[in-house]
Design a protein around this ligand. Structure first.
Ligand code: COA
Length: 321
């Protein structure tokens, strides 16, 4: 038994910001950003929330699967940028889409969040607790980045992606691998709210995202090929059998480095980071939805999802579409 993705959806804010526009905010250029990252633009919220984007993506995933919201049994939202500490984003989505019969909660594994949520969904279905699930990755990272830091504000974009998946007897997800390394947490970090109460001196430190870009780069290029090979090995799949590798859309050079290490040709690594930037936990389901809606996926195809992010965390899964 496993779970199979039956529908996909995604949502982006209305405002698209090109590199040239960022060059008016910080000392950078379109040429530098494209050359170092491959990113040409990103979408930035001017009012859309993590919950509203997730709800839109989930509704579209249900529509694509031909399912009604009332049939959904579990909603998982992966996010590291929720509007509220309570209620959780998944409960807000449940209300928004009218999925009153679903259990709903959030999960945070930063940019690997969607993969960790999908694995959680798989475990729930495999154990027989639920039969179907909506899994979303949704972020409005634009409220966490320092818009004066050219090293980070050029990378991230806002958006959401979602899948509707259900129990299946054949095909579906074949294997999963996850890793976490809390000892390297400082490589990419952000503070929610610093400690503040009448008994301590207030911290003056800003609470923006802080990142060691080079460390993350080398972590991704070294660790992700190994993680993918581990997931492929567990499912008895050869690199050559994979139709598409859907990797976390952080940086074109990272993706090219991973494809070289795997000795897999670049055409099997679709990208949309040129248009949407790094949307953290939303990036894999956003890309998946794009491929699905363009008719590039056929049932029976073998796909690999792989991602990495703050934590440090990383994961990969092998599935039959
Ligand atoms: N525009 C112009 N110059 C910039 C710049 C920008 N947006 N950002 C940094 N620079 C400058 C630096 O200040 C530095 O200048 P210096 O040599 O005078 O000190 C120079 O460019 C090189 O900086 P460096 O950080 O070494 O560049 P890099 O080649 O490592 O590229 C990243 C920086 C962030 C693009 C790259 O490290 C990266 O993509 N890392 C992965 C980050 C990531 O994916 N994070 C999310 C993980 S989920």
């Amino acid at each position: 038994m496993s779970i199979r993705i039956m529908g996909t959806g995604s949502a982006l804010p209305v405002k698209k910001v090109a590199n040239e526009e960022l060059a008016r905010l910080v000392d950078t250029s379109d040429e530098w950003i494209r050359e170092r990252t491959g990113i040409g633009s990103r979408y930035i919220s001017t009012g859309e929330t993590v919950a509203s984007l997730a709800a839109r993506a989930c509704s579209l995933a249900l529509e694509d699967a031909g399912k009604r919201a009332g049939e959904v049994e579990l909603i998982l939202v992966a996010t590291c940028s929720p509007e509220d500490t309570a209620p959780c984003t998944a409960c807000q989505v449940q209300k928004e889409i009218g999925a009153g019969n679903a259990v709903a909660f959030d999960l945070n594994a930063a940019c690997a969040g969607f993969l960790f949520a999908l694995h959680t969904a798989w475990a729930y279905v495999e154990s027989g607790i639920y039969r179907n699930v909506l899994v979303a990755g949704s972020e409005v990272l634009s409220k966490l980045v320092d818009w004066e830091d050219r090293g980070t504000c050029i990378l991230f974009g806002d958006g959401a992606g979602a899948v509707y998946a259900e129990k299946c007897e054949e095909g579906g997800i074949r294997s999963f691998v996850q890793h976490s390394d809390g000892s390297r947490g400082a490589v990419l970090s952000g503070v929610c709210r610093p400690l503040a109460n009448p008994y301590i001196a207030r911290s003056q430190e800003g609470n923006y995202l802080k990142m060691d870009g080079r460390e993350i780069f080398s972590f991704a290029v070294r660790q992700i090929p190994k993680t993918i090979e581990e997931a492929l090995g567990k499912s008895g799949t050869d690199v050559g059998e994979v139709d598409f590798f859907l990797l976390h859309q952080a940086n074109r050079r990272i993706i090219e480095g991973i494809s070289r290490r795997l000795e897999a040709d670049g055409e099997r690594f679709p990208m949309n980071l040129m248009e949407v930037g790094n949307t953290s936990s939303a990036s894999i389901p956003l890309l998946l939805d794009e491929l699905n809606r363009r008719g590039r996926l056929q049932r029976g195809m073998k796909l690999v999802f792989a991602g990495f992010g703050a934590g440090l965390t990383c994961g990969a899964c092998v599935l039959e579409w």
